[in-house]
Design a binder for this molecule. Structure first.
Ligand code: FDA
Length: 310
């Protein structure tokens, strides 16, 4: 399985295949398993449907590693429209943003991404919602942490910006200690990129054990964090930890991806837990989609069956 994971992650960076897939009708049809649609209104409709079941959303306009400032600004414009839609429709939703989509690669000091994301956070303050900065590959970890800390240090932004930490990185316990000491809200995930063994646990069992340990660290911090996983063992461990430490279900949330483990999402809501679903949308779905296949190569068979059945 690790070989398949690496193969799908390598394919996620294949530009010709990306261009071909994103422009084909068959590709779009297949992506609809994990992608809520191509437009803002489709994403908003998906968020409203989730909300009808008591589930909150985090909206993600797909895209990463833009190559021009114009592209970065166009990506940001979509987020400004999303923030307006969240405020206007009083959606139980926030947004998730990738720094490489906001121009992080385009200048060494990340001045462009800083300006763009700072404007987004200002807008989130006005719309009374929240910007979650996704975490990308390890070449961006430190810069992402630095930028979020800087934005969060402005008092008006305290409740409006947060970060993601990946349990597969060795450094994460220290990062969490520092970030929570500053009051920064965290989404904990296992990690979706290919990382070298000197930075990240190569074995899944070690990643899982670290996820459980870091969940406890987050729950102890007294801040409202998101535990992002579809792994029932991780979910059960967090529930048990919270119960045994008198931490109420209202003090944290579980997060899952659109289209994955809907049964578990609803079960948790029925049990009184908060659940938020990550709702990705847009034409640039290919790298996101391939990472979902990397996580569970069996999805390829599932998709193929449904594709030919339709
Ligand atoms: P794991 O991969 O061990 O899977 C456990 C079980 O969940 C599987 O056995 C299967 O049942 C189900 N499952 C998991 N993935 C599936 C899939 N693709 N299709 C179908 N079933 C699946 N990563 C990152 O590096 N940076 C980020 O910012 C984010 N952000 C993020 C937000 C949210 C809300 C979620 C849920 C996840 C992320 N991730 C992420 C991705 C994360 O790092 C991780 O790759 C996936 O969540 C898969 O890991 P699990 O914890 O689900 O466990």
């Amino acid at each position: 399985m690790p070989i398949l994971r690496s193969a799908f992650i390598a394919l996620s960076r294949n530009q010709p295949l990306r261009r071909f897939s994103e422009s084909s009708t068959a590709g779009r049809r297949m992506s609809s398993r994990f992608v809520a649609g191509m437009t803002i209104s489709e994403a908003v409709a998906a968020a409203e449907a989730l909300q009808a079941h008591g589930i909150a959303s985090t909206l993600d306009s797909l895209g990463e590693n833009v190559t021009t400032p114009q592209e970065a600004q166009r990506s940001a414009d979509i987020y400004h429209r999303l923030l307006d839609a969240i405020a206007m429709r009083k959606l139980k939703a926030n947004v998730s943003v990738k720094l490489t989509q906001m121009g992080m690669d385009l200048d060494p000091d990340h001045a462009l991404a800083r300006r763009i994301v700072s404007d987004l956070v200002d807008h989130a303050v006005a719309a009374n919602t929240f910007v979650r900065v996704d975490m990308e590959g390890s070449e961006y970890t430190q810069a992402t942490i630095d930028l979020v800390r800087e934005l969060h240090s402005r008092p008006q932004n305290h409740d409006h910006v947060g970060i993601v930490i990946q349990a597969y990185l060795y450094r994460s316990a220290e990062d969490i200690a520092r970030l929570t000491a500053e009051g920064i809200r965290i989404r904990l995930c296992k990690g979706a990129y290919k990382e070298p063994a000197d930075l990240a646990f190569p074995q899944k069992t070690d990643v899982d054990a670290n996820y459980v340990k870091l969940s406890g660290q987050l729950l102890d911090s007294g801040l409202y964090h998101g535990l992002a996983t579809h792994d029932e063992a991780m979910v059960e461990a967090a529930k048990a930890y919270a119960k045994s430490h008198n931490i109420a279900p209202s003090q944290f949330e579980f997060q899952m991806l659109y289209g994955i483990r809907r049964d578990l999402q609803r079960k948790l809501i029925d049990e009184g837990y908060n659940v938020r679903v990550y709702v990705p949308f847009g034409a640039e779905w290919y790298p996101y989609f391939m990472r979902r296949l990397a996580e569970r190569p069996a999805n390829v068979l599932f998709l193929a069956k449904n594709f030919f059945r339709n």
